[in-house]
Design a protein around this ligand. Structure first.
Ligand SMILES: *[C@@H]1O[C@H](CO)[C@@H](O)[C@H](O)[C@H]1NC(C)=O
Ligand SMILES: *[C@@H]1O[C@H](CO)[C@@H](O)[C@H](O)[C@H]1NC(C)=O
Ligand SMILES: *[C@@H]1O[C@H](CO)[C@@H](O)[C@H](O)[C@H]1NC(C)=O
Ligand SMILES: *[C@@H]1O[C@H](CO)[C@@H](O)[C@H](O)[C@H]1NC(C)=O
Ligand SMILES: *[C@@H]1O[C@H](CO)[C@@H](O)[C@H](O)[C@H]1NC(C)=O
Ligand SMILES: *[C@@H]1O[C@H](CO)[C@@H](O)[C@H](O)[C@H]1NC(C)=O
Length: 233
């Protein structure tokens, strides 16, 4: 009996130790990213420091089992890029909300490493370049918003792999090329916002086969052809 409880408390000790260690690594990685911001002493992120408890004291950070689960710094006046975002150090991240800041530069392909992401919101920043095809690895994503940025190039067909997606918002960018027919694979999609881009060619009939679709915006593009009959079914 004594032995068992000793083993148990030893186990508890090691679990605690592992958890503390893990979040220290995550904290260090996040601080490294923060140090690349143009306005590093942003007042909202002043709580992000090595001496404070990442899980309890850092603005916008929520942990689960001692690991960073949610990072929400919406509307926090951050000027910076995603180049040093710790994509490889936050394996348990599920919610990433960076909307309404001044993030610029491109989306690194390493974003595809955040395979537990359920929610990704980069709305209303100045992000440019193309959407990396690696985004197709984020198979748990339910919400993907990169509305109102400076993205260009095509919508990667790999977005069609995101079978859990319920909301996709890529409006108000400079996306061009055709709407990928693979979006028709997104059986759980209810909102598809693609308005105010430079999308061309015709609307793929596959879009009309998405049973759950309740809102579709395609205005202000360069689409041609006719509206597929499938949309009316
Ligand atoms: C950041 O802090 C430094 C001194 O610590 C100060 O000179 C600078 O003006 C501050 N920048 C901003 C954007 O607050
Ligand atoms: C982020 O925080 C804002 C309020 O500051 C809230 O409205 C929003 O829902 C949060 N996003 C997530 C993903 O938790
Ligand atoms: C963003 O933050 C500013 C204060 O810094 C506030 O006035 C504004 O209402 C916020 N906007 C939203 C949409 O939350
Ligand atoms: C689609 O949505 C339903 C109901 O919300 C859910 O049960 C199902 O798991 C979702 N499918 C995927 C692939 O996420
Ligand atoms: C999309 O725009 C880029 C420049 O941003 C251009 O090089 C490319 O040819 C365009 N593609 C289409 C299909 O219009
Ligand atoms: C739509 O435009 C593309 C070029 O972007 C052209 O190849 C195609 O023939 C046009 N289709 C119709 C139905 O006008």
């Amino acid at each position: 009996m004594m032995m068992v409880s000793k083993i148990l408390s030893l186990l508890q000790f090691f679990t605690l130790f592992t958890i503390t260690f893990a979040s220290t690594e995550e904290a260090t990685a996040l601080l490294k990213w923060k140090s690349t911001f143009n306005n590093e002493n942003n007042s909202l992120l002043a709580s992000w420091k090595q001496s404070s408890d990442t899980c309890n004291d850092w603005y916008g950070v929520v942990c689960f089992n001692g690991r960073v689960n949610r990072l929400n710094i919406t509307n926090a006046s951050v000027f910076g890029t995603l180049y040093d975002f710790p994509f490889l150090s936050l394996p348990f991240l599920e919610y990433l909300e960076l909307s309404m800041n001044n993030f610029y530069g491109t989306i690194p392909p390493e974003i595809g490493s955040l395979t537990n992401l359920i929610y990704l919101d980069l709305n209303s920043n100045q992000i440019s370049g193309t959407i990396p095809s690696q985004i197709g690895s984020l198979v748990k994503l339910q919400i993907l918003r990169i509305f109102h940025n400076h993205l260009n190039g095509p919508i990667p067909g790999e977005i069609g792999y995101l079978r859990a997606l319920a909301k996709l918002s890529l409006g108000r960018n400079f996306l061009n090329g055709s709407i990928p027919a693979s979006l028709g694979n997104l059986n759980n999609l209810s909102y598809l916002y693609l308005h105010e881009n430079q999308l061309s060619d015709s609307i793929p009939e596959e879009i009309g086969y998405i049973r759950s679709l309740t809102e579709l915006t395609l205005s202000t593009n360069s689409l041609n052809g006719s509206i597929p009959a499938s949309l009316g079914i």
